[in-house]
Write a protein that binds this ligand. Structure first.
Ligand code: 1GP
Length: 244
């Protein structure tokens, strides 16, 4: 399966929903169970990753179990080159473009490129932009988060990513953020961008998912909400609101 082609073709028909599962957050069987439930509720792809404590072992095992439990494409969402799994279909080959550290802009990518090739993982290039509050990923990645009212800053970073040839741009408020990326920022970025725009961090209600979609997000990521949700109809409602 060519995952990028699958995503681009689906995005042409409407906004997508991605489920993010952190290998460190639950036992392997539970991750597989959540992925299956999210698939039944209409999610379009499973992203696997987390900012801390992702190991080669928990990543490999989680990716394998998810693959068995659902048919959706699995995309590794890396926090560095220390763990990369050939059990995923693709990897977001991403640069945290507003990091203050060269490691997160290009260093980890250099460390991981040959391994990615050897594993036969499909690389999908992505510009990753941290927006306030930024949370753990902002801290670990030494980001200089875009201020929530700095629309021009977000637009400039996003367009620079596109001009550098990145296939996707991701606006990230950080996992567990108390406020998602502001809809007016999503709209401003979408207005200047030709490549698909992914939005995530702090989206846990149908209202927030709908607001991100209406503002122009091409794909909406939910992690914490899906991991914690025990009510199938609530899960469906958020995914439905994301997809419209
Ligand atoms: C984090 O954007 C994702 O990288 C998801 O964030 O856990 O807040 O849904 P949440």
């Amino acid at each position: 399966m060519n995952v990028k082609k699958y995503l681009i073709e689906k995005i042409a028909k409407g906004t997508l929903h991605f489920t993010l599962l952190d290998p460190d957050k639950q036992p392997v069987e539970e991750a597989a169970d959540i992925a299956a439930k999210a698939e039944a509720a209409g999610t379009d792809a499973i992203m696997i990753g987390g900012s801390t404590d992702v190991t080669q072992d928990n990543l490999d095992e989680t990716a394998k179990a998810i693959k068995k439990a659902c048919k959706l494409p699995t995309i590794y969402f890396p926090s560095g080159a220390h763990a990369i799994s050939g059990n995923c279909d693709a990897i977001f080959f991403m640069s945290m473009v507003n990091s203050a550290s060269v490691d997160w802009i290009i260093g980890e990518q250099v460390k991981g490129s040959l391994i990615t090739k050897k594993l036969g993982l499909e690389p999908i290039s992505m510009g990753y932009i941290i927006v306030e509050p930024g949370m753990k990923v902002g801290e670990v990645g030494r980001a200089v988060p875009i201020k929530r009212d700095d629309l021009k800053g977000a637009m400039s970073y996003a367009l620079a990513c596109e001009y550098l040839g990145m296939s996707f741009v991701y606006l990230e408020a950080g996992s567990g953020a108390d406020r998602p990326v502001p809809p007016e920022m999503i709209k401003a970025v979408k207005d200047v961008l030709s490549v698909p725009l992914i939005v995530g961090g702090g989206i846990r209600t149908p209202e927030a998912a709908k607001a991100a979609r209406l503002a122009g997000a091409d794909a909406i990521v939910t992690g914490t909400f899906v991991e914690r949700c025990s009510d199938d109809s609530e899960l469906k409602n958020v995914i439905k609101a994301a997809k419209g």
